[in-house]
Design a protein around this ligand. Structure first.
Ligand SMILES: *Cc1c(COP(=O)(O)O)cnc(C)c1O
Length: 378
């Protein structure tokens, strides 16, 4: 996070609510990922925060990208394609994976010219890809345990491991090429055993598929790498040590390994500064109203099951206070009991580690716009 004096002066300069993205932190997170997982190519999951400035910084640092809609595909393609021209398909595969197992026809038709790498997890999708994107390469998404992850994904996506070999064979029978497997252990996965189980399931599926005459070339270990929101999250290098050991033990060295970190890259890179616009005491409880809330930068409280802390720049004896957003909806509650000093109207507050799944899902509900964004140390 930039120094608090920097946060305050940026807020004075640009107004609030202000979403401040520090590109030094983005580069540091990317470098840390590479350093501890040297065998794994990182495809940044753009949905966590799709700002073009972030895409360009991570691209320059060496990242590839995970997209999940045609809009995200175009966004990434338009922001990176000016750079080194390789053969187009190599370039696309090296730089972009389309990781949404469900794609509509129009999306597939537009994607086909790029001969992209796309994921699938069911047989209806095979027919659709065969008709509308016959030049795509495939990765089968398998279902793996999401136990204890902050955001659970296994109820929506992933072929049961027992069906995997058949779905791979079915794609080859349809004239398509399956390149590999992918999975997602759930977002903010602090239970590292999910990764261990997922890798072991993948090894079994790869072995079974090779036994049926379909050896695969790549394994995409998805996202889920946890951001250090609080001291209870074990350091990234502990997870990396486990992953490296399992990758070495279970897979041949020529298997290409990809990952799709979203939250890990951007969560710690952004800070929000907001202003106290209202203050009341209700039933003996201090209540503050901010000019940012659940419908804007704090959307992650709802969609991402993530609790953010609101901190004051000011010092003073703290009392447990409720903090609300600016809309007329009672759902627009940021926290029920945050220890805050006595604040006045016009005072600024801030929230750290708020870069992932926040601004990305801001709305204009009730006429309140998303926070303004500034990028520092670009
Ligand atoms: C959301 C998503 C990601 C990113 O997950 P994080 O937990 O933010 O790392 C990666 N891959 C897929 C398929 C996703 O849906």
């Amino acid at each position: 996070m930039p120094k608090t004096s920097t946060l305050k002066s940026l807020a004075r300069q640009h107004g609030t609510p202000l979403f401040i993205v520090d590109h030094t932190v983005l580069r540091r997170n990317f470098t840390e990922f590479r350093r501890w997982l040297p065998r794994v190519q990182a495809y940044y999951a753009v949905k966590a925060n799709p700002a073009p400035e972030i895409i360009r910084t991570l691209y320059r640092a060496g990242a590839s990208f995970d997209v999940a809609s045609i809009g995200e595909f175009r966004l990434v393609y338009d922001n990176i394609r000016r750079l080194p021209p390789k053969k187009r398909q190599d370039f696309i595969w090296d730089k972009i994976i389309y990781a949404n197992p469900i794609k509509d026809r129009a999306t597939l038709e537009e994607l086909d010219q790029y001969r992209p790498l796309v994921t699938y997890d069911n047989s209806a999708e095979i027919g659709k890809i065969r008709r509308h994107a016959p030049h795509a390469g495939l990765a089968l998404r398998i279902r793996v345990p999401n136990t204890g992850s902050m955001v659970e994904l296994s109820s929506k996506f992933g072929a049961a491991p027992g069906e995997a070999a058949d779905l791979i064979a079915a794609a080859f029978d349809a004239g398509l090429v399956v390149e590999g497997l992918c999975f997602h252990v759930g977002s903010q996965c602090t239970n590292f055993d999910n990764f261990v189980q997922a890798l072991n399931i993948s090894a079994q599926v790869l072995e079974e598929s090779a036994g049926h005459g379909h050896p695969l070339k790549l394994l995409d270990i998805g996202g889920g790498f946890p951001a250090p929101y609080d001291g209870s999250v074990q350091p990234f290098r502990s997870l990396a040590r486990i992953l490296n050991a399992e990758l070495r033990r279970l897979f041949p060295p020529n298997l290409e390994i990809l990952a799709e970190p979203g939250r890990f890259m951007v969560a710690t890179a952004a800070t929000l500064v907001a202003e106290v616009i209202g203050k009341a005491d209700r039933d003996g409880k201090r209540c503050y109203y901010l000019n940012d809330g659940i419908y804007q930068t704090f959307s992650g409280v709802l969609f991402d099951h993530c609790q953010y802390h609101v901190k004051a720049f000011k010092k003073g004896p703290a009392q447990l206070s409720a903090v609300f957003g600016p809309t007329c909806d009672a759902l627009d509650t940021i926290c029920q009991s945050e220890p805050l000093p006595d604040l006045n109207l016009g005072d600024l507050v801030y929230s750290e580690n708020i870069g992932a799944y926040t601004h990305a899902s801001s709305t204009w509900f009730n006429g309140f716009p998303p926070a303004r964004v500034v990028h520092v140390n670009v």
